[in-house]
Unconditional design. Structure first.
Length: 253
């Protein structure tokens, strides 16, 4: 029932957004080539679907996103589990992390392009950077905040590393780690598009720039809608994965 209500809410919300868009189109004095209607964007979406351009760019973007996001989460979680158990070491690393964390990933783009050129790698690196710090810091905090009783019981049962980390510490810290992973998903998806707009010649971000250069605002807006819908789908998939993991550990019913 909750899933049906959630889907209903999403549909209603998108319908309201499209209605506002249509009303703005009707009262706007801009040329329709600069500010197209929802129908024009839909026609552009159908055009891109029929010529295969949309599928090609979505596939390219999803490959880059998966490579950058999954590698970033894996590295950040492993480092976070280690550093969370070594607070004296982390106190020396943390200042450097806090120095680098506020820097926008796109600020690194000129340097990354100089090193790796144009293509998949710059976008993957940007995604990696965007997802890394939220996951690392949430993992370190989660491990540091584990109830000491878990460690005492584990010691009494003779559980040692690496079993202690993967069978006790990680499951206990996972709910808080999941928050960081979830936050990193949205951040990484945003910066994927930004990275493709500068350091790639394919993908959804590049499609936006190409539409702008060709004065195809209908394609531009259609692509923006696709990016938003994919973001919603990715968010939903991650929620299902998180619930499945927690359920397997007895965290949710």
């Amino acid at each position: 029932m909750k899933k049906l209500l959630s889907l209903k809410n999403i549909v209603i919300s998108i319908a309201i957004l499209i209605l506002i868009w249509q009303l703005l189109f009707m009262v706007s004095s801009y040329d329709k080539a600069l500010f197209p209607s929802p129908k024009m964007a839909l026609d552009a979406l159908i055009e891109m679907t029929e010529n295969g351009r949309l599928a090609e760019n979505v596939t390219t973007s999803m490959y880059r996103f998966a490579a950058g996001y999954l590698s970033s989460v894996t590295v950040a979680v492993i480092l976070g589990l280690i550093l969370g158990r070594l607070p004296k070491v982390f106190q020396y690393i943390n200042p450097a992390v806090q120095l680098l964390r506020p820097i926008s990933p796109t600020a690194w783009m000129p340097f990354i392009v100089l090193l790796f050129g144009i293509g998949d790698v710059p976008a993957i690196v940007i995604i990696f950077i965007a997802a890394f710090f939220p996951v690392l810091l949430s993992t370190v905090a989660a491990v540091s905040n584990i109830d000491p009783i878990y460690l005492k019981v584990s010691k009494n049962f003779g559980i040692k590393q690496p079993a202690l980390t993967w069978k006790v510490i990680f499951p206990a810290a996972f709910p808080q780690i999941a928050n960081g992973i979830h936050l990193a998903l949205g951040t990484a998806w945003i910066f994927l598009v930004a990275g493709e707009m500068v350091g790639a010649q394919s993908g959804l971000g590049y499609q936006i720039i190409d539409a702008r250069n060709n004065i195809r605002a209908d394609i531009l807006l259609a692509t923006i809608l696709v990016i938003g819908l994919i973001g919603i789908i990715l968010d939903g998939i991650l929620k299902l994965i998180e619930k499945a993991i927690l359920r397997s550990w007895g965290g949710v019913s």
